[in-house]
Design a protein around this ligand. Sequence first.
Ligand SMILES: N[C@@H](CCC(=O)N[C@@H](CS)C(=O)NCC(=O)O)C(=O)O
Length: 264
Amino acid sequence: MGASGSKKTVETAMKHCTLWKADRSPACRAVMMALDAMNLSLNEVDVNMDKEQHKSSKLAMNSLQTLPILKDRQLILCDSHAINTYLVRRYCDSGRLLPKDPAGRSLIEQMLHYNSGVLYPKYRAAAYPILYDDCRYVMPQHVCEIESAYAELESMLVGRTWFGSCSWPMLSDICICATVSTLNVMVPIDKTRYPRLSSWLYRMSEEMFYLTANAKGLGEFSKIIDCGHVVEEEKDKDKENDGPRTSIKRRSFTKAQRSVVGVL
Ligand SMILES: N[C@@H](CCC(=O)N[C@@H](CS)C(=O)NCC(=O)O)C(=O)O
């Protein structure tokens, strides 16, 4: 069974929830992948980080000035890992993305802490000089740091297929995938040195939630890394009225676009 589920599952609409996100952000893509894996649909608002909209007074509910932000009635959460575990526990606690038993759950949480405390800072250190300063390439010390993370991940995959405790991708895989697929753009994973990690990323890239929630933002990020600076994006037709849209609309838009080019 994949995290996307083998059967067609019923879409759960959560009109009382809003997610503020930017597609190019790995933390936001982790939340979008989890939403798609659970077939949940909430209001999504695109925030243009290049125009510093995430620092505007409208988003003052997050004093850290980061994305993603989730609002569920009175509750405001500003960390992708906290958002994802909340969404699972509150709306889809079947054990598919997060095991119900304390031991299995702790193993997933351990990986979420690894993503948040180890991998994500490496992404930030390598990407921010390119995103926000005049740097045009990934600096050598950051390449070494990222390579050492690949070596750690490779050793974690000895004797297992996924970063979770089951035989399908779980929340740990989703969060790590958002970061590692982004690191892979900056420092390509060498298949011969990290065969397990590169196969794992390939398996993840075949999941439907990867296609609907990760691929597009990753493409945007790659463009920036390729030319060393932010390019003004062509406005998506789908985003022309800048208001919120639902996760289900985003998913069907991505699927429709991909079927036009014959990918799905
Ligand atoms: N630990 C946070 C990290 C959030 C974070 O740093 N988000 C980035 C985007 S990936 C951000 O908003 N950065 C602010 C900026 O680029 O100015 C999470 O997992 O949500």
